[in-house]
Design a protein around this ligand. Sequence first.
Ligand SMILES: *Cc1c(COP(=O)(O)O)cnc(C)c1O
Length: 388
Amino acid sequence: MTQVREEQGYYGEFGGSFVPPALQGVLDGLAETFEAYREDPEFNEEFKACLREFVGRETPLTYAPQLTEAYGGAKLYLKREDLTHTGAHKINNAVGQALLAKKTGAHRVIAETGAGQHGVATATACAMLGMECIIYMGRLDMERQALNVFRMELLGADVVPVDRGQGRLKDAVDAALEDLVKNYETTFYLLGSAVGPYPFPAMVKHFQSVISEESKQQLHEREGKLPDAVIAVTGGGSNAIGAFAHYIDEPGVRLIGAEPEEAATLTHGVPAEIHGFKCLVLQDENGEPAPTYSIAAGLDYPGIGPEHSYLKMSGRAEYDTVSKQEVMDAFQLLSRTEGIIPALESAHAVALAKRIAPQYDRDASIIINISGRGDKDVQQVYEMFKEA
Ligand SMILES: *Cc1c(COP(=O)(O)O)cnc(C)c1O
């Protein structure tokens, strides 16, 4: 794909870096560090060792016979990111970037968090590597996610409340970026999804692509061939780009992203700039980023990774929405049929599989990426059932 100039941060017209000069200097330095280490055998061995011994990889590829029976059609396999330490794929990236931070000589790691999941993953990786960790979090989000704040504090992180603006994720991002510009000589900004200016999307993809590296090998061992399709949910796009990465150059493999109806960035977005990069963005009638809402906190973002924007526009990947009801049905079905309670985010991918699987017969195989486990969502689902 000649349109992709990943080392310059462009995927077709998407990606790039549109930030003030002071921040651009910091990002240029980070890009240099990343390019120096991404193919470094010693660094990669260290990363793989952390994945093996701390994260608990490789994660299984689990055949799901009852779910296959229930949906009809292709054989369904589940890539089990829910079985990683801390229970979701975010830890792969957090460990990778924290290791890179150590290489740069930074002793402070900072991050922003909304629902708290990325903050917990970052605090976990920093504790393991003995690094100082500062998490910026909107005041309102801190109140809503008090348990995650406590988790981060248990892990030794300093959670800094952000009062400006609406006290939400966007305000926390602004506070973290200010910190970075002021303290760049000692500080590494650990971003949580495949979004943001270059080199973040490329870096996050690099660390998450272990998902498809493993699944390709695992399915080959089981079926002796490539999957017919891979389905993953897209919030910012990190678990999906990791689940797709090793299949992008295999034209026979369909790549399918599932998004919530209420935050359908790839389905309804238009090309625009947001948070320092270009991607498909959901806009309101004034051309401002539209407010999103999702029952899954991890999917609440009006932008999406630049590479997904490109994969969509070039036709290499397809994206479709699922409704709240479909997600709730899938959440229960996977729990009941396979004994696996998925994260509400991951249940979006399961829900979309219900429409994709019957397009095939039993000779075909589909991989559904189970990005995380659902323990964190059980209370919320309980409340939703009570209301219904
Ligand atoms: C954060 C999260 C997501 C969404 O983020 P991506 O960057 O799109 O992967 C999906 N699933 C789980 C379990 C999450 O925690």
